[in-house]
Design a protein around this ligand. Structure first.
Ligand code: FAD
Length: 408
């Protein structure tokens, strides 16, 4: 007997009625925990709970990771529903605002401290309350919160949508989702690139700062995860499998179904998503224009004048001397020229993508893994009452959705 944890269906024949099945799953009642199964406080031998590394979950245990357990998860859910959701839309892309604007519930879902269904129920209840509050103009942020929660529920749906891919085809953990991409990167492994990546020494400040934050906290926001994988997959031309294995040991919320589907999506090997290549310099301009984030996580960058914030490797030697920085020692020099290496990588990818047999095989991947939503269905204002998750393309948060490269 297996209790169904998420809206994922075992032995699914096809995706045609999957969304209806997800709705039916989350709409069921949340049953109270039977008295004989109530949670008990654990008392550890040495007074401390075992670390994630001792349990061999993460190596090493990130020093500033989120606190585990149901109590901490419920507190986060509450602060998100009642305060932080006002900043969700517009706040989740920058690594500066994302740690507070995002729900931060992913590890609690991964470890089963909170159930997906109870989060959906609590969110819908809060949305109904906010709907009434905004009609009565009771709460100044009611509309923003409602919009944020709407986008949040969509992501809870995507959570299962992605896990379903691994359930339906477990091979995607190790093989390209579209086999036409086999051989594209497999024989080009460059260990110097990989070592620079995992040690946060690529020389691109935004990338290295994200790696530093990830190592320290075990979490980074979606856009920066996508950027990291894009940089590893395109200019550094690393295979997603080894990169994904390493990231899996760093993410506190490691969830294989989401992780491997996203790894392949960002590396361009699903065959059904338009490849999206993130430029780490542009991401820094857009999401950390004053360098607050990179200077927080890369102490050497604190000495770099603003003029060279985005491309410190262009600092002339007299400037290096004046600010006490030596390129190559304090700040790494990029291993490749970003523009040239990205151009070359895109050319290789699009050469495979353009092959007629690769194009022909795409429909089989869409049939197995693609979502079946009807395009462009707009939701009315009263839809908060109905609680149905939005498909990414009908979401108000359309920019974030297209950034996800969702397969529609
Ligand atoms: C390369 C890569 C690897 C990833 N690996 C994981 C992973 O191992 N585990 C994991 O939980 N998420 C993963 N994600 C998705 C996403 O980055 C995280 O779910 C999110 O950052 C977690 O923070 P949060 O709970 O504050 O998210 P919120 O934005 O508050 O979202 C709420 C919940 O929705 C789900 N969710 C959010 N975004 C996505 C998404 N794009 N796809 C599927 N579900 C989503 C998660 O369960 C999340 O907890 C990955 C993304 C990328 C690009």
């Amino acid at each position: 007997m297996e209790f169904r944890q998420f809206g994922v269906v075992r032995r699914l024949a096809d995706r045609d009625h999957w969304k209806a099945s997800w709705d039916a799953h989350v709409e069921q009642l949340c049953l109270p925990i039977p008295p004989h199964m109530q949670f008990v406080e654990m008392h550890w031998q040495d007074g401390l709970p075992p670390s994630a590394s001792r349990l061999q979950l993460m190596q090493p245990d990130p020093p500033r990771r989120q606190v585990g357990g149901r109590k901490a998860g419920l507190a986060l859910l509450s602060s998100f529903l009642y305060e932080r959701s006002a900043y969700y839309r517009g706040g989740i892309s920058s690594p500066l605002s994302a740690p507070d604007a995002c729900s931060r519930l992913s590890p609690y879902l991964t470890f089963g401290c909170l159930s997906l269904r109870e989060i959906v129920h609590a969110t819908v209840q809060r949305m109904e309350q906010l709907h009434d509050d905004s009609l009565a103009s009771k709460h100044p942020s009611a509309t923003r919160m409602k919009q944020g929660l709407n986008a949040f529920v969509s992501r809870l749906y995507w959570h299962c949508h992605f896990i379903q891919k691994l359930e339906s085809e477990p091979e995607i953990e190790a093989q390209n989702m579209h086999r036409g991409y086999d051989g594209m990167r497999e024989h080009d492994w460059n260990d110097a690139h990989f070592q620079a990546f995992i040690h946060g020494r690529t020389g691109w400040p935004m990338v290295d700062a994200c790696i530093a934050m990830l190592r320290e906290t075990g979490w980074i926001n979606f856009r920066m995860r996508a950027m990291l994988v894009s940089v590893a997959s395109y200019p550094l031309w690393l295979h997603w499998r080894q990169v994904g294995n390493w990231l899996a040991t760093q993410f506190l919320d490691y969830e294989p179904g989401i992780h491997w589907s996203q790894m392949q999506m960002q590396a361009g090997t699903t065959g059904i998503n338009v490849p999206r290549v993130y430029n780490p310099i542009k991401q820094a301009h857009d999401h950390d224009p004053k360098g607050i984030f990179v200077r927080r996580w890369l102490p050497a960058m604190r000495k770099v004048p603003d003029l060279f914030l985005f491309e410190p490797w262009t600092m002339p030697s007299d400037v290096q001397l004046a600010c006490g920085i030596e390129l190559g020692r304090d700040i790494p020099i990029p291993l490749v020229d970003l523009d040239a290496a990205t151009r070359e990588a895109k050319a290789k990818l699009f050469a495979v993508r353009g092959q007629s047999e690769v194009k022909a095989a795409k429909s089989a991947v869409v049939k197995k893994h693609g979502s079946r939503s009807s395009r462009g269905t707009k939701r009315s204002k009263n839809d908060a009452k109905k609680s149905k998750p939005q498909e990414p393309h009908s979401s108000n948060d359309i920019n974030e959705a297209s950034q996800l490269g969702f397969d529609f």
